[in-house]
Design a binder for this molecule. Structure first.
Ligand SMILES: NC(=O)C1=CN([C@@H]2O[C@H](COP(=O)(O)OP(=O)(O)OC[C@H]3O[C@@H](n4cnc5c(N)ncnc54)[C@H](OP(=O)(O)O)[C@@H]3O)[C@@H](O)[C@H]2O)[C@@H](O)CC1
Ligand SMILES: Nc1ncnc2c1ncn2[C@@H]1O[C@H](COP(=O)(O)OP(=O)(O)O)[C@@H](O)[C@H]1O
Ligand SMILES: [Mg+2]
Length: 277
């Protein structure tokens, strides 16, 4: 198991070339936020925007449109009930993040099933929160795509069948190999399982133990993978950045709010950018 260090930042976050435009930095489409969990997809979307994704679209329950635009005018809105529109948006994006606040009802299952059928091998699909629970509950077939799961320990138990107390690196590795995906197993010391390597994030603070913290990480992973390569390095850099910002804020704060991490991303990323690739 390799412990991540500051090096992951400068080797991943690159100075932006002058000759670039929003298309250079990727399209991210986020899907989630039912009537009760609108905040989750809002936090994920803000994290993708503040991490620097070029174009962000949020597909969510229509009741969340006003709050989305009030908090995050940079994001475009689409109604999750409009199935053909969702299908077209997913086809036209680089990265899909699905699950924050999606819920696990029949409508959520239909949206997820359609997304799993639509994504192509060139696209990146980040599967978080309710979408992980749905994949596990319904044993959904997974597509050929760059798949990234971001479970907390209970979601990982549901997906892998490994009880939380038995989630050792060796047991996790066997389950990851069966999934053919990169898996971020979140805990107070998050582990990242790629096809070839296992990493541990040495950073993180109990000040992060608050609802929405994982939703924010999912959006950051969307933003980082839209911009930076190789893919697994982008995932590791997002996980490390999320905790590094939290640790900085926790020096003077008892609790760190997820939206504060998103707001600090542009400053933090500038302070840790490497030379142009
Ligand atoms: N503002 C919003 O809109 C927010 C919306 N959200 C959205 O809600 C949806 C449901 O997600 P969820 O994570 O809240 O619920 P679920 O999947 O049932 O897991 C909880 C169960 O697992 C257990 N558990 C054991 N170990 C654990 C661990 N390490 N970390 C966490 N849990 C652990 C835990 O045990 P307990 O605490 O009861 O002992 C409990 O039994 C999802 O779409 C998410 O995006 C949230 O992000 C919040 C803010
Ligand atoms: N004690 C802790 N130390 C470090 N990180 C933590 C701690 N508690 C929670 N986190 C981090 O907060 C996030 C929680 O994710 P998750 O449970 O999916 O939150 P939510 O679904 O509410 O957004 C993960 O990234 C996890 O690593
Ligand atoms: Mg979560």
């Amino acid at each position: 198991m390799e412990t991540l260090t500051d090096k992951i930042l400068t080797s991943t976050i690159r100075q932006r070339p002058a000759d670039s435009y929003k298309g250079t930095y990727g399209r991210v489409t986020l899907i989630g936020g039912n009537r009760n969990f609108g905040g989750a997809i809002l936090m994920a979307s803000a994290a993708a925007v503040y991490a620097g994704a070029g174009l962000v679209t949020t597909i969510t329950d229509a009741s969340n449109q006003g709050s989305l635009h009030a908090r995050l005018p940079e994001a475009m809105f689409a109604d999750i009930a409009d199935v053909p529109q969702t299908h077209a948006l997913v086809q036209g994006t680089d990265v899909v993040v699905i699950g924050p606040g999606l819920g696990t009802d029949e409508a959520a299952l239909q949206v997820l099933t359609d997304v799993l059928r639509t994504v192509t091998p060139q696209q990146t699909l980040v599967i978080d929160g309710s979408a992980i629970t749905l994949v596990a509950q319904h044993q959904l077939a997974l597509p050929q795509a760059h798949l990234i799961f971001t479970p907390h320990q209970m979601e990982w138990q549901r997906l892998s069948g490994i009880a939380i107390a038995q989630q050792t690196p060796a047991a996790n590795r066997q389950a990851v190999d069966r999934l053919h995906a990169t898996v971020v197993v979140k805990s107070h010391r998050t582990e990242i399982y790629t096809a070839t390597q296992t990493y541990v994030n040495p950073l993180g603070t109990p000040a992060q133990a608050t609802g929405g913290m994982g939703d924010t990480l999912a959006g950051m992973i969307g933003g980082f993978t839209a911009q930076f390569t190789p893919l697994d390095q982008a995932v590791c850099a997002a996980v490390y950045t999320h905790s590094a910002i939290a640790e900085e804020l926790a020096k003077t704060q008892y609790v760190v709010l997820p939206s504060q991490i998103a707001a600090d991303l542009p400053r933090f990323m500038k302070a840790h950018e490497g030379a142009q690739s």
